[in-house]
Each structure stands twice: as structure tokens, then as C-alpha cells.
Design a protein around this ligand. Structure first.
Ligand SMILES: NC(=O)c1ccc[n+]([C@@H]2O[C@H](COP(=O)([O-])OP(=O)(O)OC[C@H]3O[C@@H](n4cnc5c(N)ncnc54)[C@H](O)[C@@H]3O)[C@@H](O)[C@H]2O)c1
Length: 438
């Protein structure tokens, strides 16, 4: 393929070297003539393992050329990879100056081009940038249409500095955000041979998932480091502890707990977080990430409260009360807290939870609910239909296909439903279903 690469930093230079090594004709474009001179002379503009040898090899192959002329680069190729920098501005926002200027130039080039052209944004871009910002610029400058005359897509880059050639050849996956088949097909032809999954998604989801990956990496590092600070203060071997944590691939290093839903609660997570942060305090340690978790969890609960209050209705039916589906444990259940808050605002509640039977609640579980919902006996109903029929608003806090089907069969068109569990059958509801944040 004939490929132009814009921005010859870590991402662009490594892509140029690897794509030309794989037999493609690559035109490299940068605004820094010094970088272009290096590449022209078979030298690498970035310090990366294997790049010295690879750049010398590909420059000699005749598959690489360089230019500062963006328009010419587009005209002489069929696909453009945009890898320019998107650094932080002083206020923390993304500085998109380079990519905006480039979009203008790509548009001008496309104006002169009659063959189809694919533009792949590989720079990390805040969600919405390609569709809301870059596409209008390119369409205006070219007088042409995305998906008709040219094809925009977003393909996040996952290479890590220091191992970028190895990462190029063995990425975790290839993700292509494309609204049209043509762009995805061209990228499959280019990267489909790599030993990983090739996943197609929307442009916005691809933009967002890149941030999600980097944020998750930062979160993991900070988790290990905060744990190590506490371990250090307690005289525990942090490496041994984190090693043991990583041995659990069922709950720790796994998909578990990585699904959006309602706030967490129960008899373990909140109390153990509180004990951890208290312990840190007694050793004069700051653990801002761990200390922030309960505050974030509370924000999630408050979001549900705000959404319910915004509906302006008084009769609210809870489907589910315990801290998770399938248990009668009410201790620190976020649904109990939500119910408590709503009662405090003068709402009338009725509650159905097939696992919660007042007569059989014992010990700490019983005293927790008696303290927070002293009138639970009047609110708790044994019959789902009674709760649904008597409510203007339903709060769905139980997951599972069976209960979802039962509620869908009973809910009326004049009712609102706040979905805290990502109902699998939203389309089956006559009621107005509103997800918590989905
Ligand atoms: N570095 C990484 O490990 C990595 C990994 C994944 C994704 N990313 C993302 O990829 C993008 C590029 O990162 P990088 O580290 O390679 O950046 P970089 O700063 O090393 O390189 C960017 C290059 O773009 C050039 N440039 C700027 N404006 C230009 C223009 N108008 N036309 C042509 N070239 C222009 C610069 O001169 C520079 O050489 C960023 O959005 C970054 O967030 C980086």
C-alpha cells in the first residue's frame, strides 16, 4: 500500500519503519526538517530498541521518502496515518493545534483528489474530536463528504516507548473506530496479519477506550504504589503482597468488577476501605486514590438520587434492596441509603426483594436496616405486582433475565423506571426506562 504518515515522533517514526519493513511504500511528513533529514539518511529520530538497525535497513530499501509538503503526501498515497502530538495545554485540556492545522491541509489535498482516500487518526484524541471537529474541517476544506469521497476513522495506538517495535508487531489488539466499512477493510488489509484480535467499533468508542486504557494503567500503577507505601510503613514486603494479589485471576486480574452499574456496598468493601485509610493516617501516610474511592462511590449514589428527585414524583417502588442480587445482606447496601434519602425527602416507598424477609433478618443485618429504615416493615411487600402497580417510579436494583422479564410484563407506559443494573430487555418495557449513566 502507499501510505503517508504525519508526525514522525515515537508513534509515527516506528510506524514508518515497520510499515516500510513490511513492504509498503511510506511517505513521512513532519514540520521539523531535522527529523526528515535523519530519516532520509537512514537514522532514527527517536531512541527506541531496534530502530537504529531498522531505519538503516528501510532507508536503503527505497520504500521510504520524506517531505514537509502535506498536500503532496496525501496526493501520492491512498491512506494517511495521522500521528502528530496532542500534548496538554496549560489548563489541562488537550492541545489540538497540530491536528487541527493538519486537518485543514488534508482537506485541501482531498479537494484535488478523485480516488478514494482513507484518513486514519492515530493520535490520542478526546472523544468526539474526529466526528465533531476534524470531519467538519476536512469536509469544508475539501468540499467533499466523509463516507462518500473520503473515509475517516480512528485507530488508537498502544505501543509503549522502550518496546515500541515489539509492541507494533504484537499489540494487545487492533481497534478500529469507523462509521463506514471501506476504512475498516483497508485497515484490516494493513494490520489484519498481526497476532491479535481485530475489533471494529464506533469512532467515539475507539477514542474513549484509548483514554480508558491509559487511565486504567495509571490507576493500576498508583494502586500498586499506594499499597507499597502502606506496606513500607507496616514493614510488609510490598512485592510479595502485590505478587499474591496478581495470583488471583478470578477476581483481581480479570473482568470481574469492571462492569458499570450501581454503587458498591455490603459488609466488606466500605468497612475495609475505611480501615485501610485510617491505618494509613495513623502512620502519617496520604493515600489519595484509596481515600477517594468512597467519595466517588457516594457520587454515584447521589446521581441516582438526583435523577429520581428530578422526576418530581412521590410514589417510588424499589425492586431490590440488598447490596447485591441473590443475598439478603442489607449492611451498607447503597439501595438502603438511597431509600433512606428518598424517605427524608418525603417520598413514599414500597420495596420488593425476594431475598429479604424481615422475620429472618438477624444480628448486624437486622440492626443496620432498623437503624436506617425503621419503617421497613410497612414498605416491604412480598408481591412484585403490588409494588409495581402502586408506584409512579420504579427503581430497578435487581439483575437477572427472569426478574427483568417479570418487571417488563408489569410496568406501565405512565411509569418511569431508573435502571441501575443495565436491563437486558429495555426494549420490552412500556415504561420510560432511564439508565443511571448509560
Ligand atoms: N509516545 C507513545 O508511547 C504513544 C503511544 C500511544 C499513543 N500516543 C499518541 O500518539 C500521538 C503522537 O505521540 P508521539 O509520542 O509520537 O508524539 P511526538 O511528540 O514524539 O511526535 C509528534 C510529531 O508530530 C510532528 N508534528 C507536529 N505538527 C505537525 C504537522 N502539522 N504536520 C506534521 N507533523 C507534525 C512533530 O514535529 C513531532 O515530530 C499523541 O497523540 C500521543 O498521545 C503516543
Amino acid at each position: 500500500m502507499k501510505i503517508s504518515i504525519f508526525g514522525l515522533g515515537y508513534v509515527g517514526a516506528v510506524s514508518l519503519a515497520c510499515l516500510s519493513r513490511d513492504g509498503h511504500d511510506v511517505v513521512g511528513v513532519d514540520i521539523e526538517p531535522a527529523k526528515l533529514d535523519l530519516i532520509k539518511n537512514g537514522k532514527t529520530p527517536v531512541v527506541e530498541e531496534g530502530m537504529v538497525e531498522l531505519m538503516a535497513q528501510v532507508a536503503a530499501s527505497g520504500h521510504v521518502s520524506v517531505t514537509t509538503d502535506a498536500v503532496q503526501a496525501v496526493l501520492s498515497t491512498e491512506i494517511s496515518l495521522v500521528c502528530v502530538g496532542t500534548p496538554s495545554a496549560a489548563n489541562g485540556s488537550q492541545d489540538q493545534g497540530a491536528v487541527l492545522r493538519l486537518a485543514e491541509q488534508i482537506g485541501e489535498a482531498l479537494k484535488q483528489k478523485s480516488e478514494p482516500h482513507v484518513v486514519v487518526f492515530r493520535s490520542t484524541l478526546v472523544p468526539g474530536t474526529v466526528e465533531d471537529v476534524l470531519r467538519p474541517i476536512i469536509e469544508r476544506a475539501s468540499g467533499k463528504r466523509d463516507g462518500v469521497d473520503f473515509h475517516l476513522c480512528f485507530q488508537p495506538e498502544f505501543l509503549r516507548e522502550g518496546s515500541s517495535i515489539r509492541d507494533y508487531d504484537k499489540p494487545p489488539f487492533t481497534i478500529v473506530g469507523a462509521n463506514h466499512e471501506y476504512a475498516a477493510e483497508r485497515l484490516q488489509a494493513l494490520f489484519g496479519h498481526l497476532p491479535c484480535k481485530f475489533l471494529k467499533t464506533s469512532v467515539r468508542a475507539a477514542e474513549m477506550m484509548k483514554y480508558c486504557c491509559n487511565n486504567f494503567h495509571a490507576l493500576k500503577i498508583t494502586f500498586a504504589n499506594e499499597t507499597a507505601r502502606l506496606c513500607g510503613a507496616l514493614g510488609v514486603d510490598a512485592f510479595e503482597v502485590m505478587d499474591l494479589v496478581c495470583q488471583d485471576t478470578q477476581l483481581n486480574i480479570s473482568k470481574a468488577y469492571l462492569k458499570p452499574g450501581f454503587a458498591f456496598g455490603g459488609s466488606c468493601l466500605p468497612k475495609d476501605l475505611r480501615a485501610t485509610t485510617y491505618l494509613a493516617k495513623t502512620h502519617d501516610l496520604e493515600l489519595p486514590m484509596l481515600s477517594g474511592i468512597l467519595a466517588s462511590n457516594r457520587q454515584h449514589l447521589d446521581l441516582a438520587l438526583d435523577k429520581l428527585l428530578a422526576l418530581g414524583k412521590r410514589k417510588i417502588g424499589f425492586i431490590g434492596l440488598s447490596f447485591k442480587t441473590g443475598t439478603d445482606d442489607l449492611r451498607e447496601s447503597p439501595l438502603v441509603t438511597l431509600a433512606e434519602q428518598l424517605i427524608g425527602k418525603g417520598m413514599q416507598l414500597s420495596i420488593y426483594d425476594p431475598e429479604v424477609h424481615l422475620a429472618s433478618l438477624l444480628g448486624a443485618n437486622r440492626s443496620f436496616v432498623q437503624k436506617h429504615l425503621p419503617h421497613i416493615g410497612e414498605m416491604l411487600k412480598g408481591d412484585l405486582a403490588e409494588v409495581v402497580q402502586g408506584s409512579e417510579v420504579l427503581v430497578m436494583g435487581l439483575s437477572g433475565a427472569e426478574i427483568a422479564a417479570q418487571v417488563a410484563g408489569l410496568a406501565r407506559a405512565d411509569q418511569d423506571l431508573l435502571d441501575l443494573v443495565n436491563l437486558p430487555n429495555k426494549a420490552d418495557f412500556k415504561a420510560r426506562v432511564q439508565g443511571l449513566c448509560w
